[in-house]
Write a protein that binds this ligand. Structure first.
Ligand code: PLP
Length: 366
């Protein structure tokens, strides 16, 4: 389903970190990676973290989100998008998604805004981009923060602007399943100097970078990156076009080989934008009468792996199974989620394997 593309380049950079990245060089790769990754995304500051979940948490803490606050996020995303909201004692509120690109719907967000709303976390699902202009307009109108969860959107572009440049801050994931990986890793990107300084302090036990030794201003987190982890991510970053290109090639092959099937939706290629295509997903049109569970089961019989479209978060035990409250309100999310699957997207997937997956989909739909 998923996995990285590691070359001799990564091996030699990691070896360098292992041999030389200690003493006064203990954070060299972290600093280099943070700085260059920020520049690439036209941001002022980057803070590498142990993973993306901690990057989101760090940003929410830096913004002062806490008990009594509400944060709006899409129904269909990985739970990590909103976990930090709960860690901070705030309340997540789930918005419906757009049926065309499956990302958060600005109209649904606007309906959910209350005096308690402090922020919205918008997610670039699978590399698809939401309607950022409309979302930013809602955020501005109501004076709330927009946070971009671009964990899945490396290489995506919205109207000429790279994913990762939207809102007060954005986050990326370098989890082992991601396009650019170091096994576990994350990044917080910011433009605001004060917020950057606050998040830097929160990331390291309440110590100011460069401040006096053993002098903690607050009891906070330990979300520091590790140089060897950063070296691997940095080496992958140097191959970013190649890595993103591989994902886009996979999506194009799926698109081409499934194009003869009517009533089938794959990740859209946005007008004036680019889809980084972290995951190629398929949503079966209603005429196929094919649920995600049935499709996964049928494909498994043909020895083809697939994963379910994200469940609506409000339907999960983690959130107390609030189906009754949310199912009608977020009917599009509940409907799309039921009919969608994620296709294999490992970096070492061969053309023959993609043929096999597409052949399998043809077979289960006829
Ligand atoms: C949309 C989204 N947000 C956040 C995360 C969290 O990333 P990590 O696993 O690096 O903590 C992921 C990763 O799986 C994700 O897909």
């Amino acid at each position: 389903m998923a996995g990285p593309w590691i070359t001799e380049h990564e091996v030699s950079v990691v070896e360098d970190a292992m041999r030389n990245g200690w003493y006064e060089h203990a954070y060299d790769y972290c600093e280099k990676f943070q700085a260059e990754f920020a520049v690439y995304h036209d941001r002022q500051y980057g803070l590498m973290t142990p993973n993306c979940t901690t990057a989101i948490h760090l940003l929410l803490a830096g913004l002062g989100v806490g008990p009594g606050d509400e944060v709006i996020l899409p129904e269909c995303t990985w739970i990590a998008s909103g976990a930090g909201v709960t860690y901070q004692g705030a309340t997540p509120v789930f918005a419906d998604i757009d049926p065309n690109h499956w990302c958060i719907d600005p109209e649904s967000v606007e309906k959910l805004i209350s005096p308690k709303t402090k922020a919205m976390i918008v997610v670039d699902l699978f590399g698809n981009m939401p309607d950022m202009d409309a979302l930013q307009a809602v955020a501005d109108k109501h004076g709330i923060f927009l946070i971009e969860d671009s964990a899945e959107a490396l290489g995506s572009v919205y109207k000429g602007t790279r994913a990762g440049k939207f809102g007060i801050g954005s986050v990326f994931s370098f989890h082992r399943t991601k396009t650019l990986t170091c096994g576990e890793g994350g990044m917080l990107l910011l433009d605001d100097k004060e917020l950057y300084e606050r998040c830097s302090m929160l990331r390291d036990h309440g110590r100011r970078p460069g401040g006096p030794a053993y002098f903690n201003e607050e009891v906070t987190f330990k979300y520091m990156p590790f140089n060897v982890q950063a070296a691997l991510a940095y080496a992958q970053f140097q191959r970013i076009d190649e890595l993103v290109g591989k994902k886009q090639e996979q999506l194009n092959q799926y698109r081409e080989k499934l194009s003869d099937i009517d009533d089938l939706q794959l990740n859209p290629e946005p007008e004036g934008g680019i889809n980084g295509a972290w995951i190629s997903a398929v949503v079966f049109g209603k005429s196929h009468n094919m649920s995600k569970h049935k499709a996964i089961e049928e494909l498994e019989k043909l020895d083809i792996p697939a994963r379910p479209f994200f469940y609506p978060l409000s339907s999960l035990p983690a959130y107390g199974e609030m189906i009754d409250e949310y199912k009608t309100r977020n009917s599009i999310a509940y409907d799309i989620s039921e009919r969608g699957i994620n296709l294999p997207g490992a970096a070492n997937l061969t053309g023959e394997q993609i043929d096999k997956v597409c052949d399998g989909i043809h077979r289960i739909l006829t």
